[in-house]
Design a protein around this ligand. Structure first.
Ligand SMILES: NC(=O)C1=CN([C@@H]2O[C@H](COP(=O)(O)OP(=O)(O)OC[C@H]3O[C@@H](n4cnc5c(N)ncnc54)[C@H](OP(=O)(O)O)[C@@H]3O)[C@@H](O)[C@H]2O)C=CC1
Ligand SMILES: O=C(CO)COP(=O)(O)O
Length: 327
């Protein structure tokens, strides 16, 4: 079945997704950006060197800077940062076709409300099916056509399966899920844990400590997902374990690099410069965990370090001197 697909947000991930979906050739794909000059350049050059240097974009991919370009899309992917998704929803809502499925591709939690992005989208765009795409895959790898697999979750499994079939291609494979909570929280929380792993690397604390953070981080992610109504199995899948392993170990990860800078004692402001989703998710996840009485010591420590309330040595000491318990 061929679908009309619009990807909104012409950054690294939006451009990579639009490119890889356009390569399937059965779909008509449009990348919609808000900067007319950038969109004109992309159309002319078929390159987005600022975010995907040297990667040619397919001839079959269409571009538009007009919000009404999403009007006839069956599927609309929102690929802007998590804290910009509510604004974008309000901006694009008037142009959505009445049966369009909306997919959030961001990895985060709405800071102001603590809502999952799918809950926020249901609030801002009522009456549309809302799904979430998350999992391990750097934009550059996806756009280069390297093999990548992610999860796509919708409340209705039929919708998730339709999306998985529509979007998957020879190099980009989606697994359908009905666990929107687990898939989204996996993506949001792995960023926080990647910052923790970066801190360990930057401060020279050792690879053994990184492995401990990955395993214990996964345990706290599981507790949180289950408390929020998601499934522990999802956490062991692509969007939890898969993405955590990727971003906790690859220097391609902005969250890991941010953590490394913190670990080296550098001053970095996450509100400026490249996007570091985990720096926004840490505080809101820590706050939500407290309200749910879920223990998330690593997330709490990352949040406190970013806020300048805790030193790295102190954080390690706190984590290592917690009461001895079972695994
Ligand atoms: N990069 C990656 O490898 C991956 C990223 N993701 C997730 O995708 C999301 C986006 O990340 P990424 O693409 O890397 O970020 P980028 O910083 O590369 O791009 C963000 C894009 O969003 C656009 N944007 C910002 N606000 C709005 C808005 N209100 N309306 C429309 N467009 C807007 C920006 O436009 P402008 O330039 O005009 O500001 C920019 O083009 C994040 O949540 C990230 O975690 C997920 C998997 C992989
Ligand atoms: O989520 C990602 C890959 O799956 C991208 O990670 P960063 O945002 O840390 O670069």
């Amino acid at each position: 079945m061929s679908e009309k697909i619009a990807v909104v947000g012409a950054g690294a991930f939006g451009t990579a997704l639009a490119a890889v979906i356009a390569l399937t050739e059965r779909n008509a794909v449009t990348l919609v950006g808000r900067d007319p000059e950038l969109i004109a350049d992309l159309k002319a050059e078929r390159l987005h060197d600022a975010v995907l240097p040297g990667i040619a974009l397919p001839e079959s991919l269409a571009f538009s800077a007009e919000p009404d370009a999403i009007g006839d899309a069956d599927i609309v992917l929102f690929a802007m940062p998590s804290q910009a998704q509510a604004d974008a929803a309000r901006q694009y809502r008037p142009y959505l076709g009445s049966s369009a499925i909306v997919v959030t591709c961001a990895k985060g939690i709405e800071r102001a409300t603590g809502n999952l992005l799918t809950d926020m989208l249901e609030r801002e765009i009522p009456g549309h099916a809302v799904a979430a795409l998350s999992g391990p895959g750097f934009a550059a790898d996806i756009a280069k056509g390297l093999p990548t697999a992610m999860a796509i979750a919708a409340a209705d499994m039929d919708v998730a399966e339709r999306l998985a079939h529509a979007i998957s291609g020879r190099t980009f494979r989606l697994y359908a899920s009905s666990d929107r909570v687990g898939v989204q929280l996996g993506g949001a929380l792995k960023n926080v844990l990647a910052i923790a792993c970066g801190i360990v690397e930057g401060a020279g604390i050792g690879d053994s400590a990184r492995a401990a953070l990955i395993a214990r981080g996964l345990a706290e992610m599981s507790r949180f997902v289950v408390a929020k109504g998601g499934q522990a199995d999802t956490v062991r899948g692509l969007s939890g374990l898969g993405d955590l392993v990727l971003t906790a170990t690859s220097h391609q990860s902005r969250n890991l690099r941010f953590g490394i800078a913190l670990g080296r004692g550098e001053t970095v402001d996450p509100a400026h410069g490249e996007l570091v989703e985990g720096a926004f998710a840490a505080a809101v996840a820590s706050r939500l965990a407290q309200s749910l009485a879920v223990s998330m010591p690593i997330t709490d420590a990352v949040s406190a370090i970013i806020d300048g309330k805790l030193g790295i040595a102190e954080a390690i000491d706190q984590l290592m001197t917690r009461p001895i318990t079972t695994e």
